[in-house]
Design a protein around this ligand. Structure first.
Ligand SMILES: C[S@@+](CC[C@H](N)C(=O)[O-])C[C@H]1O[C@@H](n2cnc3c(N)ncnc32)[C@H](O)[C@@H]1O
Length: 348
């Protein structure tokens, strides 16, 4: 994890340089509790995030936050003096945010891009130069770069190719079709671990006349419920922390005529169980970092939401000691398969 980047981000937010005026923070990062606490809320600082957990924590700390899949349409145009953005992982999303910054900054206002070389900050800076039609000012701070671009009155600004970031698109893998978009986990692919999990679920459930209720915890674009749509579940619920994933899943289920309640939530905390089945491919990475604490959080929620006679099928990277972690919470942990670097376990 790169401490310098988060430190720089918080510094910029707390002491945004001139010109004075409203600031927008485009928040697409995983921040630690300490960094969250350090970013001081103030009048004139708006936050736009696509993550429910980050938005909730920031709201609790007193920030003014809107949550969406980086939909800027409700924000004022040509009004912000500064926009602060730690670059996202997906290039189309970075281009979308740079394009929106051109629209939403006032004349003389600055876009501040933060990131490391590995995250492509140098390329993003050069591309932003084209969008703003002004030169970038790049400064290195430890392992982080701060790139500043100024919106100049009358500049011949140009939109970057965001590959229609805000639109869902039909993706095809073999004979499986689904709706998705950049910004969603493995957005145009089928994850190998998820495919293994779906195969195990179908093996256990497909011939049953009634399979009760099912929850997909961390649903992404909805692969697990789409791939198990032939199972006779009485109730289906899917939830994710990422607004883009929730939008894609909702649209994908509607297109497949599959009735699913879809919620934006942090690890299903707002959900009431119990569920007879829980399917879960928990996140291994959060933002740019790896987090094993998240696996524990997911396991705790699975335990809370699972019916007493219920079963959870969970797939994890083979290096995660899920047998030990889940062993403390569940009576049984059975490894159903272990291949291609993944393990599918059944918890009951
Ligand atoms: C490995 S992906 C699996 C996605 C999907 N189930 C699939 O099989 O393609 C993990 C998902 O968990 C979501 N996620 C990450 N943190 C979360 C949280 N705190 N609460 C709910 N979902 C979260 C991510 O947005 C991502 O969609």
């Amino acid at each position: 994890m790169s401490i310098h980047i988060e430190h720089l981000l918080v510094e910029l937010l707390n002491h945004t340089p001139a010109p004075d005026g409203p600031t927008l923070w485009i928040a697409d990062e995983a921040l630690t509790h300490a960094e969250l606490q350090a970013a001081r809320p103030r009048k004139g600082l708006d936050v736009l995030s696509n993550r429910y957990d980050l938005a909730t924590a920031l709201r609790q700390a007193g920030h003014q936050v809107s949550v969406s899949d980086f939909d800027f349409s409700s924000l004022p145009c040509q009004e912000y003096s500064n926009i602060v953005y730690r670059v996202s992982k997906e290039r189309p999303l970075v281009h979308h945010c740079i394009n929106q910054a051109v629209r939403h900054l006032c004349d003389g206002g600055n876009l501040h891009l933060i990131g490391s070389k590995d995250e492509g900050i140098r390329t993003h800076g050069r591309n932003a130069e084209q969008a703003f039609a002004t030169p970038e000012h790049a400064k290195k701070h430890g392992d982080a770069y701060h790139v500043r671009l100024t919106r100049e009155a009358g500049a011949d600004t140009r939109l970057l190719d965001s590959k229609h970031y805000d639109e869902l698109r039909t993706c095809t893998v073999g004979d499986f079709h689904f709706l998705s978009k950049p910004g969603v986990f493995g957005w145009n692919k089928v994850d190998t671990g998820s495919a293994m999990l779906a195969e195990q679920a179908l093996r256990l459930l497909e011939r049953r006349k009634a399979a009760g209720s099912v929850l997909d915890l961390g649903c992404g674009y909805g692969y697990l419920l789409l791939a198990t749509s032939t199972v006779h579940f009485g109730k289906r619920v899917a939830t994710d922390n990422n607004a883009a994933a929730v939008d894609a899943a909702r649209a994908g289920f509607a297109r497949a005529h599959l009735e699913v309640e879809v919620t934006l939530d942090d690890c299903g905390e707002q959900l009431q169980g119990p569920f007879d089945w829980i399917l879960c491919n928990p996140p291994f990475h959060q933002g740019f970092d790896t987090s094993s604490g998240l696996t524990e959080k997911f396991l705790q929620q699975i335990r809370r939401l699972l019916a007493p006679q219920g079963h959870a099928l969970v797939v994890v990277n083979q290096f995660i000691p899920i047998e030990r972690m889940a062993g403390e919470l569940f009576a049984r942990v059975d490894v159903l398969c272990h291949e291609h670097g993944f393990k599918v376990v059944q918890l009951s």
